[in-house]
Write a protein that binds this ligand. Sequence first.
Ligand SMILES: Cc1ncc(COP(=O)(O)O)c(C=O)c1O
Length: 353
Amino acid sequence: MEKIWESKVLTNGGVFHQQLEQALCEYLDVPYISLFSNGTLGLITALQALRVTGEVITTPYSFVATAHALLWNGNAPVFVDISPDTLNLDPDKIEAAITPRTTAIMPVHCYGNPCNVDAIERIADKYNIKVIYDAAHAFGAKYQGGSLLNHGDLSVLSFHATKVFNTFEGGAIVCQDLKTKQRIDRLKNFGFVDEVTVMAPGINGKMSEINAAMGLVQLKHMPYVFQRRMEIDATYRKALAGISGIDCVQLPEQGGANYAYFPIRVSRDFPISRDALYEKLKSEGIYARRYFYPLISSFPMYRGLSSAQVSHLPVANRVADEIICLPIYPSLREDEQNRIIQMLDAASHLNHF
Ligand SMILES: Cc1ncc(COP(=O)(O)O)c(C=O)c1O
């Protein structure tokens, strides 16, 4: 705080902003990063940066900001169902949704688990359309040994307080060349090129110095953060394996997980419903989250779309009714985690009602 105050530069690409961009490029092993005040403005600007128009194929199984970014940009979202294994966009269903108006695909690496990036790239190349990954959950996730964030034309991160790495509020766009980085940097600063030149109707998406400084101090702790998350994940997996009706969502087969969330599916074999379990946990002070329920496609501004029909999205609708994300964060103590596990075990012995 003192350093920021002394420098008299509180925002607009100050020293901490530059340092964090540099540090993140190195840490994440990506060529260029542009910091944002949040992930949503990153998504909106990514669409602007690539001049995306018309229809954009996306997943209904995400946080609502994914589709909202399309509406803010005047794009028409086209929902495609998810695959039951990865809970990400099902590549086998994408081509059927492409029309002459399709200019981009916006998949989400849900829970930090990679989309089938190779299949999506093949489709994008075939139809000459862009790919913008909503990588809000994917900080530090790897794919085949490299950063997952280097796939697609752009990847957008969120550094919101609830994320693996946070700057309280914040986000970033990862891009692969300097020219695109410059365009993004201008678009997030009202479109200013220099003091007197404005190249586009840009927005104010700049990250302030205090948020950038928070990022720099937190970045040091990431090895510990990932280690603890991995341990908590392993403990849950082991303990829940024997509970009938609870299925842990699989980690990526090829490794590289970032353990951002711990999603479980509560199936019909479990004695009580997902919502009853959620309420039960809540009544015990355990704040699990129903990510992602309700589905984006069921919200009033989307449900009229033909691609939003329940019959078109059977997998997403089923998963949304079964999912609960259990608490996972570095300071979750062993005894606290055991209490959560015991609660789930006790619920599994309840009688059907
Ligand atoms: C998948 C997804 N996309 C976008 C966002 C929006 O990010 P932010 O809250 O930083 O605007 C979030 C989370 O908040 C998210 O989970």
